[in-house]
Write a new protein. Sequence first.
Length: 508
Amino acid sequence: MRKYIDYKVEITDIDLYDGLVGYGLFAEKIPNFLTSVDFLIFTKTLIFPINEKPKDFIRYSSMRNINIPRPLAIPEPFAYSNQAKCLAENWSKLQNYFNNKTKNDTFKISRIHLRKLENRHELFEMNYKNFSKDGEPEQDIVIQSKYVALADISNCFPSIYSHSISWALVGKSFAKSKLKPIDKNEWFNQIDFSTRNLKNGETNGVLIGPHSSNLISEIILVAIDFELTQQGFKYIRNVDDYTCYIDTHEEADRFFLSLSEELKKYELALNSKKSQILPLPLASVKNWVNKLNHFIFTNTYIVNFKEAIRVKELKGFIDFAIELMLDENSDASILNYAIKILSNKHLDRNAKEYYIKQIHHLVLLYPYLINLLESKVFEPHKIDKNLIKRIAQDIYVYGYNRKIYEACSYAIYWAIKYDFNIEIETIKQDSIKSLDCIFLMISYLYDKKYNKKAYLKEYIDLSKTLKREDFDRYWLFIYETLPWNELTDNYRTMKKNGLTFIKPEFNL
């Protein structure tokens, strides 16, 4: 096996700061109308640290593949910049730390992490794979194994204890000896402090969404990897999911016990409900992935270098995907994968008509699919905006009735992007009643585009109230809706200079 070389040497301290602040502030699951590139440029005119008081954050929920919402966060931008600056300034120390924890590894254990992405400024993308650099270690470590042990961490990000960052970096005893006020400038304490400040100064949990949290989690998880590999375990890790290859049930039990013990050292816990031992061989990918990839579309032809399918074959494929999903406890990620496959096909007129109706139906059953529609349905299949409008209106009503404000936000986002008037007269009242920051923000932008200036007054009044009572939890909405003279400090300066977090095509 080739020796593992630390991927983080590719990233400079400037790359790290720019990637986190300019391209890692807003979670991928949020409708794509936000940008922090101009904010990144503005922060480079400031003296750090910037107002080190603890800050609250914007809440946002995104539906998971099992129809359960996942809480996401948008941090207060200056607190986030402080954290990114702290990480960048200590990047050489962190690189040495990562190198020391991984230099004896014969393969890359962590599969999803911060890294250089090809032709991209972002440093993190969930499920991004680069086999040419990361290799495929499972092919080697499975050879002499008879079983696989699967495990994950219970509520990983929400359970991370901020002081455990220092424990991982310099050792628990030494870190605990450096908790006096005089020690606050120790580099590991600065990382701990700046991380706590994103979450109201709380020590429990890191935010899900901002890319810095993936780096913070790796600091702790590679320390656990180091101890487990010292014990001879061979496994790969996808963030907090472990796949360990072993020879006996007893060895699997020992892995679970060792992992649990190492997690406890950092106040983390094994998710015992998801721990399982499976006999080998197993398919290299989930069985349903192979089945979908090997579905045979008959009677096809070529249009613009794409395989074209007719409605009969399309019906067969969708029915097949639904059957697979029902066999897998209604895991909507199967539909997600099927939609991605179809995004690379050409659909004839009848097939497209059938497909969009099926999508309309399925997305109301599985709102997890909503954030996939723009890139994998509307754009590749050139769906008429009137059809998008019908879907948007139904999704809006569905979302509002069930308080799934992500659905409402996407419906309005499409109305702005594809330039149609969503025929729902209560958007402003609904968003104000919801007190959901993203729903409020996109609703304001919609009304700003389609209604007279006087119609925006209730948004402005709400912003003024929120400014007094809960600025950090609504900083984006408050900043974008109020004039510069209603703001203070750096927010005032930014607004006076015309800086916005809204992409130009949505800020009409």
